[in-house]
Design a protein around this ligand. Structure first.
Ligand code: SF4
Length: 466
């Protein structure tokens, strides 16, 4: 997700947004879109697929203007269809607003019901359209800042959002700062983006992260910050550091690459192994494996190669074709494996099926022992806050012990980094991290789940700052 406001009216912002979206493509591959204000109206182009599939030069050239927002969709709430792609545009009697959102609300059903009862009509099943409708309603009563504050009082969940309102660009981060959002300075304007790699791509300078509960307003080259709510703690998603964000991004002051190297080193301290070779499961295990290698001194060799051009394969009906599909995605470098005792490093185990296939694959290639090391503690609970993991029933660690998981994946040994080791490696206090999927304790109230920070507290703070 990105938003860019350029000072010079002659500048075409859509090209900059297009390049910035490439930089954050890893955050969503289902759909992409850009909205630009052309001086009279907001124009939008959206489509299903990757940025290069959705846009060509002619579409970019049609989006003329100096301020706009862009989005790559990662499916959370709502089905996979063009209606759920973003930015979402909502028109009302005084104008229009375009919205792009990263995160997931947990009270969408109630909010949608209330809005529908009040007469609102929805064109999608996404939670982003709900945010857009809420903002439009509040804009009829308040100025921009108070309208956003009023919307924040109603939202429960994770949300980093950019709004395009005429020639004004706004960005807001939820009171717990669950999903990342940063501000950068460009040669001729400002950028807000989910990750700092988007700022780097445009040769900009990272200013800082948007603070939890902060609203940023950028208009005609001027940037204003409003701290709408300040909670004693934040709840940054630990999985951004483990695998979601790009290693070259800086999130909440921490370079993701360094965090991953340190997680790998903790793994080596906590779960040493008698081995000849350490190898990552590409791509997300690479930096973790490097950290393990540096701490343990075990030689690092690439043993598995990922095919980067595969995309999604359709479901194969029989077993042998399914195995071909797996080999299409990942192949072995046999001489690096044959006769070696391997340490295989990955970021997480969700269902256990992929780990089992890979362990099997390296055994067939001649590994004499396979030790699996994981850069996250066991995932025991689902994520409701924007990472599409699996349901509780599908999560292998929700119903099996570590020894049980080890047996299912067929490893000689299995070691997960501990909660303490993970937190120390990330370098952020556990009071300021979301670890809901690892502990089953969430930072917001979710029906049927345990909560560490009561929503009433958040609402209280919002009321105090109004
Ligand atoms: S539940 Fe897990 S994946 Fe979801 S936001 Fe929290 S730490 Fe991140």
């Amino acid at each position: 997700m990105v938003g860019i406001s350029l000072k010079d009216q002659e500048n075409e912002v859509s090209k900059s947004i297009y390049y910035a979206l490439y930089a954050v493509q890893h955050r969503g591959q289902e759909a992409a879109g850009i909205s630009v204000y052309d001086g009279r109206a907001i124009r939008t182009h959206r489509g299903m697929g990757l940025v290069f599939e959705v846009f060509d030069e002619s579409q970019i050239n049609l989006l003329r203007g100096s301020v706009g927002i862009g989005h790559v969709r990662y499916p959370t709430t709502g089905q996979s269809c063009i209606e759920n792609s973003q930015p979402v545009l909502v028109r009302y009697k005084d104008g229009a607003v375009a919205v792009a959102h990263n995160g997931n609300l947990v009270n969408t059903v109630q909010l949608r019901e209330q809005l529908e009862q009040a007469g609102d009509i929805f064109h999608s099943s996404s939670d982003t359209e709900i945010i857009a409708h809420l903002l439009v309603r509040e804009l009829l009563r308040y100025d921009l800042v108070d309208a956003v504050r009023a919307v924040m009082r109603k939202l429960i969940g994770s949300y980093s959002v950019v709004f395009l309102f005429g020639d004004t660009l706004m960005a807001v981060r939820d009171p717990l700062g669950i999903k990342p959002l940063c501000i950068g300075e460009l040669e001729n304007g400002f950028i807000v983006a989910s990750e700092s790699v988007a700022v780097d791509t445009l040769n900009g300078k990272l200013i800082r992260d948007v603070r939890a509960g902060e609203l940023i307003i950028i208009k005609h080259g001027e940037l204003k910050c409003h701290q709408l709510v300040r909670l004693p703690n934040s709840a940054h998603c630990v999985f951004e550091y483990i695998y979601f964000a790009r290693p070259d991004s800086i999130l909440d002051g921490r370079l993701v690459y360094s965090a991953r190297v340190d997680i790998g080193a903790k793994l080596a301290e906590e779960h040493p192994a008698e081995a000849d070779t350490i190898t990552p499961i590409p791509d997300s295990g690479i930096t973790l494996a490097l950290g393990y290698h540096q701490r343990s001194g075990i030689e690092y060799r690439e043993c598995l190669m990922k095919n980067r051009y595969i995309g999604r394969t359709f479901i194969m009906p029989d077993q042998s074709m399914r195995e071909t599909a797996v080999r299409l995605k990942l192949n072995v470098i046999k001489p690096n494996i044959e006769g070696h005792r391997l340490v295989l490093v990955d970021d997480s185990i969700v269902r256990g099926t992929t780990s089992r296939r890979i362990v099997n694959m390296v055994r067939k290639a001649g590994a004499s022992a396979v030790h699996v090391r994981i850069g996250s503690p066991p995932i025991r609970a689902p994520c409701y806050l924007g990472v599409d993991m699996a349901s509780r029933e599908e999560l292998i660690a929700a119903y099996k012990t570590i020894a049980g998981v080890e047996a299912v994946i067929g490893a000689d040994s299995l070691g997960y980094v501990s909660h303490k080791g993970l937190v120390e490696a990330i370098g952020i206090s556990p009071d300021n991290l979301c670890m809901g999927c690892l502990t089953g304790m969430y930072p917001v109230e979710i029906p049927g789940e345990k909560c560490v920070i009561a929503q009433t507290k958040i609402t209280e703070y919002l009321a105090q700052t109004s």
